[in-house]
Design a protein around this ligand. Structure first.
Ligand SMILES: *Cc1c(COP(=O)(O)O)cnc(C)c1O
Length: 363
């Protein structure tokens, strides 16, 4: 038995009958940019995220870039963020001309609020927590800091659609929430896609312009913008799949529950879900000192795993100019050696789950 880390073929098999006519209809109509599908998608996202506005974009990366632009982050400013994210949390900060200021993380892989306050300077213009694995960061403390210093929050919520914290929804905590609809995310398109959420009307209006070359109307350019629109085809796919999102998250939570009940916690560290959390399990990450050997052992047994992420951003060659070094963020670095992402997708069978657990516990 081979157990892949993701199984998009299984998803397509499940969707094929209903999704094919939807795709064909878009191709036939010939409206490939904009249209009703985009508006419908944005309305649905507002409901899911509990925000007044949503803007459909071409990627989570562009959601972060436009989000920083909307907050007025400029050359020379600083943005606080953790170093253990996907690269584009940081690259979006760099591309806007600002300086990423890293802050180490907690055992649960999310930014450590106690360290945020110490990293604030006169130049800090935004705090960007990342809700890694689909677990929302410690937002109560982060919001307190944000209010105390009047520094806005931009959430990297790319992994956390549908997640909650004290009942409040991912993407509704900060001034702007940034999401990805990449094929590997829980709400996934058939190519790149993303969106941002906000309760701020002027951010919303401006984001609509920015994604479309900065045009306020045809041939009138208010601000030099970007090309960051979501394709109509992606919106159509997402409108279809969004109906299944709750089920997808439920299936992932059931898989997580199985892992929590059955993986030997004397051998592996499992970051448990707290009472006030509702995690979407974009990924399921365990921690162990024997990580590299266990990956090989699992692979030998047909089980594919992943590491999110093996090289912390502050140790990437591209980050050299920032002046960080080995030892700058001990918890992040330790985790980069010990974290292991297990398959958790909604199409896993009970048999597959049981084999993964048995193999792990047998090691
Ligand atoms: C996926 C992801 C992104 C980027 O999203 P894209 O749609 O691939 O641009 C950003 N941050 C995090 C934490 C992600 O997981």
């Amino acid at each position: 038995m081979k157990i892949p880390y993701v199984n998009l073929e299984a998803q397509w098999k499940e969707d094929e009958k209903e999704l094919k006519p939807i795709l064909l209809n878009i191709l036939k109509k010939g409206q490939y940019i904009g249209g009703d599908e985009i508006n419908e998608f944005e309305k649905k996202i507002c409901k899911i995220c509990g925000t007044k506005y949503a803007v459909a974009l071409n990627s989570g990366t562009d959601a972060l870039t436009l989000g920083l632009y909307l907050l007025g982050v400029k050359r020379g400013d600083e943005v606080i963020t953790p170093p253990n994210s996907f690269i584009s949390s940081t690259s979006s900060i760099v591309h806007i001309g600002a300086k990423p200021v890293f802050v180490d993380v907690l055992k649960d892989q999310n930014i450590n609020p106690e360290l945020i306050e110490r990293a604030i300077t006169k130049k800090t213009k935004a705090i960007m927590p990342v809700h890694l694995t689909g677990r929302i960061a410690e937002m109560n403390s982060i919001i307190k800091i944000s209010k105390k210093y009047k520094i806005p929050i931009i959430e990297d919520a790319a992994q956390s659609i549908g997640s909650k914290y004290y009942g409040k929804k991912s993407g509704s905590f900060g001034s702007i929430g940034c999401f990805s609809a990449h094929p590997l995310k829980n709400l996934n398109g058939i190519g790149d896609g993303g969106f941002l959420t906000t309760n701020n009307f002027s951010f919303y209006k401006k984001a609509i312009m920015l994604r479309n070359h900065g045009q306020s109307e045809r041939n009138i350019v208010k601000h030099f913008g970007y090309l960051s629109r979501m394709d109509t085809l992606q919106a159509a796919v997402l409108n279809f799949r969004i109906k299944k999102l709750n089920k997808i998250i439920e299936a992932r939570r059931e898989n997580a529950d199985y892992y929590f009940k059955n993986i030997d916690e004397n051998k592996y560290l499992l970051p448990r879900e707290k009472k006030f959390q509702f995690n979407s399990y974009h990924t399921f990450v365990i921690q162990t000192k024997k990580r590299d050997k266990i990956i090989k052992y699992l692979k030998k047994n047909g089980i594919q795993t992943a590491i999110h992420y093996p090289v912390p951003i502050h140790l990437q060659p591209a980050s050299k100019f920032l002046g960080y070094e080995k030892g700058s963020f001990p918890e992040t670095e330790k985790q980069s050696r010990e974290i292991l992402t297990l398959p958790i997708h909604q199409n896993l069978t009970k048999k597959e789950l049981s084999k993964i657990v048995k193999t792990l516990n047998n090691y």
